[in-house]
Each structure stands twice: as structure tokens, then as C-alpha cells.
Design a binder for this molecule. Structure first.
Ligand code: PSU
Ligand code: MN
Length: 308
């Protein structure tokens, strides 16, 4: 069990004490996943989407070595605009804390910290996963192994389409991470509605997700995460042809520039944003806002169930 030293924001602390619905949000999409200056505006809109759904947003990040659950607007601005904000996965948290760093938490780090803070629902854009050619590079996001160990529901639009989606689904199965489609039996591909893979399970409502979470707790399945895959409607996805072309270019640039490790994901996302002249950014923002809304409604349903 983790024992993070966490500083909850005042509103989040009060909500958790009172059993009110809270949704965790990550900060890596803000500092590394979205281009400036849109990133700060979008970060605020994500929080507002959670509020509109009836829950309290808790954006998680590290400020001067302190893990904050529920960044205030000054802190959010700092992570969105300062230079030298590190991208923090779980393994980085102790080093960053000890050195007094500013850092943005990935899906992995956000999940681990949120669960330790007692938050059960988390919204993001797309999960990390197995990269293409991972058989040579061994590049698999720590998001997967962390979700195998962390009891949290993550609402996402599948995994980023820059990844090997089939291999990622296989790894999720091996790692014991449950995956349900939200009103679909096809796994979404982030920018694209459908990544080309079937899902075993589909749920129809926030209440049904809350039922799943309650059943897992009753069964004693405390270990792992639940992925709620929420696809974009077809008419809102990125043009698939533009998507495929941009991805091929991005992968070629990645190889040319020798980009590896944790720089891979931000590099490809940034290539998409510039090469599609903002089209992928608009889609990315829609994805996150829709996920924040659904996560908010799931948190409300779960809180209602707990207090019944
Ligand atoms: N999804 C997005 N934008 C992002 C990410 C996901 O739409 O920036 C981030 C998340 O924080 C995720 C991380 O955890 O990318 C995965 O990085 P890596 O592949 O290096 O593990
Ligand atoms: Mn990686």
C-alpha cells in the first residue's frame, strides 16, 4: 500500500470528508499533452465540466515537491505555464518530492495518488499503452502496470491511436484490468471512434458503472482498475484519412529524430496538433470534456449508492 504525503485542496478535503462526489484529473495532459496557451484554458474547462456534472474536480500535480490533490488556480497556472515542469510517473514521485520539483502527473501517477487520497473515479483523454514496435523498444507505458494495482475507475477514450492498440488490450487482459465500453462494444481509438477491436462488456449508464464498482468492492477485487472506454461520436472524430497520414508522418519523424522514452507521447501529440492545424486539438479537447462529464456523473452515482 502506498503512503504518499498528500496535501488536499480545501474544497476536495471537505468533499471527501462529507462523502460528496470527487473526480481526479491529471496534469500531464495540461503541461505536456496540450499546446500553450490553450492548455490552461482547457484545464479550467475540464474542471468546469466535472462541476457541471455535480462533482468536485481534483486536479493532481506536484508543487515544490508537495503532492497536491485539488490544485488551486495559481498552482494550475504554474503547471500550465512554467518552464521545467517534469512529467512524473509513479517511479518519479519520490525523487521529485525529495528535490522539491514541480511536476505534472501521468495517468499512472495520478491514479496511484488519487486512490491513496480516497478518490475512486478519474477522467483523462487517452491511456498510455504498448507502443508500436515495442517488441524491439520495450516501450510500454507504466499506466498499464499501475492500473493493475490501483483500485480506480478511469474514464478515457481508449488508448492513444499512436499506440499498438491490440497489444495494449492483450496486456490489460494479462494484468487483470477490466475494460467496459460506455454504450459500445468496440474499443475507441482516442481521435477515432473505433480502434478496430471488440469489447466483451458494455455499460449503459453512470449508475451501471457505480454498480460494477460496488460489485468489485463486495467481491474483494480491490487490486485493480476499471477502464470505462467512452468513444467520441463518429461525426466528432478526426477525419480517419487525415489521422492515418499524420500518424505515419509522426512515426517517421520520431525515428528520424531518435526520440525515445517519456518524450515519445508528447512528441507525437504535438506533431498531431501542428500537422492538423488544430483539428486534432479540437478533437482532443472534446474527448477530455466528454470524459470529465461522464466521470462526474459516475462519481455522483457512486456517492448516491454509498449514502443509500
Ligand atoms: N492522453 C492524452 N494526452 C496526454 C496523455 C494521455 O490525451 O498527454 C499522457 C498521460 O498523462 C499518460 C501519458 O499517462 O501521456 C503516457 O505517457 P507514456 O506513454 O510516456 O507513459
Ligand atoms: Mn513510454
Amino acid at each position: 500500500m502506498t503512503n504518499f504525503h498528500i496535501r488536499p485542496g480545501a474544497e476536495v478535503a471537505a468533499a471527501l470528508r462529507a462523502g460528496r462526489p470527487v473526480v481526479a484529473l491529471e496534469s500531464t495532459i495540461v503541461s505536456h499533452g496540450l499546446p500553450r496557451p490553450d492548455n490552461l484554458r482547457v484545464a479550467r474547462e475540464i474542471e468546469q465540466a466535472v462541476r457541471d456534472a455535480g462533482a468536485v474536480p481534483a486536479t493532481i500535480g506536484m508543487i515544490g515537491g508537495e503532492l497536491v490533490v485539488g490544485l488551486d488556480d495559481t498552482e494550475l497556472t504554474r503547471l500550465a505555464t512554467a518552464d521545467g515542469v517534469s512529467k512524473l510517473s509513479v517511479r518519479d514521485l519520490a525523487v521529485a518530492a525529495a528535490t522539491g520539483a514541480d511536476g505534472a502527473t501521468t495517468v499512472a501517477a495520478t491514479s496511484a495518488v488519487a486512490a491513496a487520497a480516497g478518490i475512486g473515479v478519474f477522467a483523462t483523454g487517452g491511456l498510455g499503452g504498448v507502443h508500436r514496435e515495442a517488441a524491439q523498444s520495450f516501450d510500454e507505458s507504466a499506466d498499464l502496470i499501475t492500473l493493475a494495482r490501483t483500485p480506480i475507475a478511469v474514464v478515457c477514450a481508449g488508448v492513444k491511436s499512436i499506440l499498438d492498440v491490440g497489444a495494449t488490450l492483450e496486456r490489460l487482459e494479462t494484468l487483470g484490468v477490466a475494460v467496459v465500453g460506455y454504450r459500445t462494444r468496440r474499443f475507441p481509438g482516442f481521435y477515432l471512434t473505433d480502434a478496430g477491436f471488440d469489447l466483451d462488456w458494455s455499460v449503459d449508464s453512470p449508475e451501471q458503472v457505480a454498480d460494477v464498482l460496488a460489485a468489485r468492492a463486495r467481491q474483494g477485487v480491490h487490486g485493480g482498475g476499471l477502464i470505462v472506454a467512452n468513444p467520441l461520436p463518429v461525426d466528432e472524430q478526426l477525419d480517419p484519412e487525415l489521422h492515418d497520414r499524420t500518424l505515419a508522418e509522426g512515426l517517421a519523424l520520431l525515428a528520424r529524430d531518435g526520440v525515445t522514452g517519456k518524450a515519445v507521447t508528447p512528441f507525437l501529440l504535438s506533431h498531431f496538433h501542428s500537422a492538423t492545424e488544430g483539428a486534432s486539438l479540437a478533437v482532443n479537447v472534446r474527448i477530455i470534456l466528454r470524459n470529465a462529464d461522464l466521470a462526474g456523473r459516475i462519481a455522483v452515482a457512486a456517492a448516491r449508492r454509498d449514502s443509500a
